[in-house]
Design a protein around this ligand. Structure first.
Ligand code: PEP
Ligand code: MN
Length: 338
């Protein structure tokens, strides 16, 4: 439930409502809006009727029901959009953020070459998998900690913040030590113990939509992170399984527009995994931006035919430069060189 305080509610009246919400067995989440304070009463085992009775408390404008099962991620609780700050790169701040890099980190040289090229083309962040969730146990599984070190070096070299996937609870600490943003992959979207652990990490999270997850399930997965204390969450639509086999997945751009309506969290789109086809990356990137995406995550490899994973959906370095031009993203100028 949401308690909307009136515009002129005093600090004392607000504190009283917070105390009553706690006494009734709920958590109180205070959202300070520009004009008034909104207090969410969140939880399942509290005394609801007593919260409803707060309508009569001084300074309270109205008490309303949150109609969705997700609460803290809902725009009903928070109208203002969340801006996720990844070491200076702002996701959801109005500019389209482009995250680019290889599916897997394969070597220092491969990563460094990609990082420098995507930076020169105007990318805002670097991606690269160190721990890879592969469908087959015989496929390349990632270089692990060694890849994390390469990512950090590439970040130091280019200034780009890095995002990389964390697959298991056991790796959360080491990944958080190296990465600026931690990715929860599609296959792990409903790994609730991983989500609970990530909720306690002081780093932003990129939460991909599961291949078979509904929008409600996706937002409830994000709710785990916010409920556990991590409000720095960006969502990523990466395609879902449908009857269509012509593309690797079906990039659900309606979900991007819908989630922007339902939630205050920023949303990115991943046309690489969403289509599996290099030729569709540019049109679907433009379509995602038109649907309201706050950013894109694009797989880029210096030589896609030699990539150890996801070559067919990876752009080469000149291809990425063309995409960035098509998107109207100017390369960042090096101030020192100017
Ligand atoms: C990835 O980003 O490389 C990846 C494995 O993505 P997803 O979890 O969306 O399949
Ligand atoms: Mn990939």
């Amino acid at each position: 439930m949401i308690v909307n305080m009136s515009n002129n509610a005093t600090a004392e009246e607000i504190n009283h409502v917070i105390e009553r919400i706690k006494e009734c067995g709920f958590q109180a989440h205070v959202v300070q809006g520009e004009e008034r304070t909104i207090i969410g009463a969140v939880g399942s085992s509290g005394r609801r009727s007593e919260i409803e009775a707060l309508r009569a408390a001084p300074g309270v404008a109205e008490v309303i029901q949150i109609s969705h099962p997700f609460k803290l991620v809902s725009r009903q609780l928070r109208q203002a959009r969340t801006v996720v700050d990844v070491r200076g790169t702002k996701i959801g701040g109005g500019d389209l953020v482009v995250i680019a890099g290889p599916c897997s980190v394969e070597s220092r040289e491969q990563l460094m070459e990609t990082a420098q090229a995507v930076k020169a083309s105007g990318a805002n962040m670097l991606r690269g998998g160190a721990y890879k969730p592969r469908t087959s146990p015989y496929d390349f599984q990632g270089l692990g900690v060694e890849a994390l070190r390469f990512l950090r070096d590439a970040s130091n070299e280019t200034g780009l913040p890095i995002v990389t996937e964390v697959m298991s609870e056991a790796d959360v600490e080491i990944v958080a030590e190296y990465a600026d943003m931690l990715q929860v992959g599609a296959r792990n979207m409903q790994n609730f113990s991983l989500l609970r652990k990530l909720a306690t990490v002081p780093k932003p999270i990129l939460l991909k939509r599961g291949p078979s997850a509904t929008v409600k399930e996706w937002l409830l997965a994000a709710e785990y992170l916010l409920a556990g204390g991590n409000a720095n969450v960006a969502l990523c639509e990466r395609g879902i399984k449908t009857f269509e086999t012509a593309t690797r997945n079906t990039l659900d751009l309606a979900a991007v527009a819908l989630v922007k309506e339902l939630s205050h969290l920023p949303v990115l789109a991943d046309p690489s995994h969403g289509t599996g086809l290099r030729s569709l990356i540019t049109p679907m990137s433009k379509a995602a931006a038109a649907a309201g995406a706050d950013g894109l995550i694009i797989e880029v490899h210096p030589c896609p035919e030699r990539a150890l994973s996801d070559g067919p959906q990876s752009l080469d370095l000149p291809g990425f430069a063309v995409l960035m031009k098509d998107l109207g993203k100017e390369p960042l100028r090096d101030v020192k060189a100017a």
